[in-house]
Design a protein around this ligand. Sequence first.
Ligand code: AHR
Length: 490
Amino acid sequence: MKAKLTVNKCFKIGEVDPRIYGSFVEHLGRAVYGGVYEPGHPTADEMGFRGDVLELVKKIGVTAVRYPGGNFVSGYNWEDGVGPRELRPRKKELAWRSTETNEIGIDEFQAWAKKAGTDIIMAVNLGTRGPADAQNLVEYCNAPGGSYYADMRIKNGFEQPFGIKLWCLGNEMDGDWQIGHKTAEEYGRTAQEAAKLMKQMDPSIELVACGSSHYNMPTFGDWELTVLDHVYENVDYISLHQYYGNHTGNTADFLGRAEHMDAFIKSVASLCDAVKAKKHSAKTVNLSFDEWNVWYHSNGVSYPDWTVAPPILEDIYNFEDVLLVGSMLITLQNNCDRVKLACLAQLINVIAPIMTQTGGPAWAQTIFYPFMFASAFGRGTTLRPLVDCESYRTTDGIDVPWLSTSAILNEDGTELTVFAVNRSGEEELVLDLDAQGFEKVELLAHTQIIADDLNAVNTAESSPVVPTSVEPGETISLKPYSWNMLRFKV
Ligand code: AHR
């Protein structure tokens, strides 16, 4: 099958904000305990952080990590996780029905993030707590000293402020599973008051308001309009969350979810702009897609309540997931004019690209690779891709081109990187690139991920799903069911 991709140097979607290559670490399962932190591990450093995990975190190239939840944050007292460890309370954690030891809190996590070379996106508890606690946490993290909470941080051994610039106003407050679940009206008011206090404490921070927990929430749309009506002038972003799974075994439908994600993004951008219009505002609220991934492999697996770091939500990703995750990254890149933050949820062990065995090795799951390449090469200006190829229709009526693609001109304008997924398992796609406005276009490198079996997985023992190089030839062939990255010198 033929596929033509036309781009023009002058037809730009926008600049890619590097923070779309963010991720997420929640106090959930073995993400923190057994992932980030395992003091007895052979690679652990003096703070108990696993060195092998840190290496993989640096390699995947996450730019920002959302912390400490997720559902966890809605019942969390941040004060439990600071100060002398022997005084920290051991608590029943209601969101995941586990025991939280509080050995790790913001003091340790910010040190870990520095070692990993990543920023933090800090979430505050607007479930069981409120604006004052959020204000105090901003003070603890960002104020220089000379006031109660900043001095508490200094007393705990951290003279320098942590300088956390991005903050989430709670988590999934529209969901009835959420601790402290609220109506849009209740949340909008609380978030607005929290935003006011937090920005008074540190005017340099940016804030993310909770949008809907997923596109099919019954309150979707009304939630965004009501919440934004309250918080519009005080927040910078509204959140989107979405996970997909191949529940029916229909690969074409599954791979088409990246187009569903695209429609979701455009809907939320429209909702933001509707409020902007109603308010006659000059300000644009952008989007934070701060939870996205494939999540379904671990469904139905459960562990006893109130254990410490049970191995919950440990999805083992396969090759099919590479194709969807690769396409979802393409969707984020193609919406870079509105999506300024995004978090692959999550980072370690819990629905994650990085897996560990407690006391054993750490390794890259299949979905590690499309993310790693997107973060490394998907920076600069996204050009508007005009795709001419056949498409199919999903069983829920979404038209999906067989080719999923984005084209990004790097920051110094010397390289054009094309990310491309062939969603067809039957036919190769012969790609014809018409790159207009460039004097010369020369293929430098073609990297692909393919596997014989859509169900192939990487384990501690073997990794069959890894990137390989393709020798550039006369034509560009995208193999059936393949993820590709083509780097052109321009
Ligand atoms: O990422 C796992 C969970 O998914 C998060 O805690 C929650 O925000 C979402 O429902």
